[in-house]
Ligand binder design. Structure first.
Ligand SMILES: *[C@@H]1O[C@H](CO)[C@@H](O)[C@H](O)[C@H]1NC(C)=O
Ligand SMILES: *[C@@H]1O[C@H](CO)[C@@H](O)[C@H](O)[C@H]1NC(C)=O
Ligand SMILES: *[C@@H]1O[C@H](CO)[C@@H](O)[C@H](O)[C@H]1NC(C)=O
Ligand SMILES: *[C@@H]1O[C@H](CO)[C@@H](O)[C@H](O)[C@H]1NC(C)=O
Ligand SMILES: *[C@@H]1O[C@H](CO)[C@@H](O)[C@H](O)[C@H]1NC(C)=O
Ligand SMILES: *[C@@H]1O[C@H](CO)[C@@H](O)[C@H](O)[C@H]1NC(C)=O
Length: 275
């Protein structure tokens, strides 16, 4: 009994010593590593950007942040450790550790605007070595598309609605448009497709109106605004149940529910018929 306790104590002491030694050597020999990889981050305007850098073995080094100006490609320092170099009150630094080795350093930007777009660099350096990663921040204007799937009969009219929530941002009406992503576009030009744009206080709307839908309107249509793109799948097809030509705009969930009820009804009738 006594013996076992002694052995246990001996192992605990040895183990603690080992951990202690490992930490010492880590602190002495290893240059920090950045675990986070270079990536893109897309945010809506006015939201909060949290750019995080996961660091291992930071020791007494500092995590520094730089921003590259896209037009001049000059990088200017934003922060080193907890110290900010910018007077912009929207910026702050936060950090926390999950273990002795791992810490997470975040550059936070409140109320992002279009000027915040660009490349942010998370960097750890001393005179001998340096590591860094890039976070490309894209700021977008909130965009909503409705519906996202349309199943229509030939010769009906459909309207696809695309809306940019612009609030007070300046946007050029000409920058928003609709395109047909499927291949036919290059070969042919549609006659019955119109784009209607409206600019109101807080939104810019671009409607795609397809009059007299044809099979060849089937495909993916996309609303684009600069680098932003949202798409709609359109399927123009004669319904199996040709008698129902009731709905012109067959686009939403209620339609899908109704259509499955029709299919069910059809099957039931079919089965009843068989007997
Ligand atoms: C970031 O986005 C750009 C286009 O905006 C793309 O070319 C690039 O491959 C993306 N990079 C990563 C790491 O996803
Ligand atoms: C941006 O806003 C739109 C509309 O409110 C929303 O659907 C979308 O998920 C948001 N995107 C991001 C990246 O937050
Ligand atoms: C249309 O054709 C041009 C050249 O013929 C090509 O550059 C372009 O990518 C094509 N567009 C689409 C959407 O296929
Ligand atoms: C699409 O099909 C309709 C009839 O099937 C035809 O009249 C029209 O020219 C076609 N449009 C294009 C752009 O190919
Ligand atoms: C196309 O359809 C829309 C919606 O039904 C209608 O308001 C418009 O007058 C039609 N335009 C043409 C050119 O037929
Ligand atoms: C869905 O479509 C039905 C009929 O086509 C229409 O009455 C209803 O208002 C639509 N719902 C939405 C959310 O658009």
């Amino acid at each position: 009994m006594m013996n076992n306790t002694l052995i246990a104590i001996k192992y605990i002491v040895l183990f603690t010593h080992l951990i202690f030694m490992t930490q010492l050597t880590t602190a002495n020999n290893r240059f920090p590593r950045i675990i986070t990889e270079t990536h893109n981050q897309t945010l809506n305007i006015s939201s909060t950007a949290i750019l995080t850098c996961h660091v291992r073995d930071l020791g007494d080094h500092h995590v520094t942040w730089f921003k590259t100006n896209p037009s001049t490609t000059i990088s200017s320092p934003l922060a080193a450790g907890e110290q900010l170099f910018t007077a912009d009150k929207r910026y702050s630094i936060s950090f926390y550790s999950t273990s002795v080795k791992d810490s997470f350093w975040s550059l936070e930007i409140y109320q992002v605007n279009l000027a915040d777009e660009g490349t942010y660099i998370c960097k750890i350096a001393n005179r001998k070595a340096s590591v860094s990663i890039y976070i490309h921040l894209h700021i977008q204007i909130p965009m909503i598309i409705h519906p996202t799937y349309v199943h229509a009969e030939p010769n009906t009219n459909i309207i696809l609605n695309c809306r940019l929530l612009i609030n007070n941002e300046y946007v050029d009406k000409r920058d928003v448009t609709w395109i047909f992503l499927s291949h036919q576009l290059n070969k042919t030009k549609f006659h019955d497709v119109h784009i209607r744009k409206r600019l109101s206080g807080d939104s810019l709307t671009a409607d795609l109106v397809i009059n007299h839908t044809q099979m060849n309107h089937t495909g993916t249509w996309a609303c684009i605004y600069r680098q932003q793109l949202l798409s709609v799948k359109v399927l123009v097809q004669k319904n199996m149940l040709t008698h129902q030509r009731a709905s012109a705009l067959l686009s939403n969930d209620s339609y899908r529910k109704i259509s499955s009820i029709y299919v069910l009804l059809f099957l039931v009738l079919f089965i009843v018929d068989e007997h």
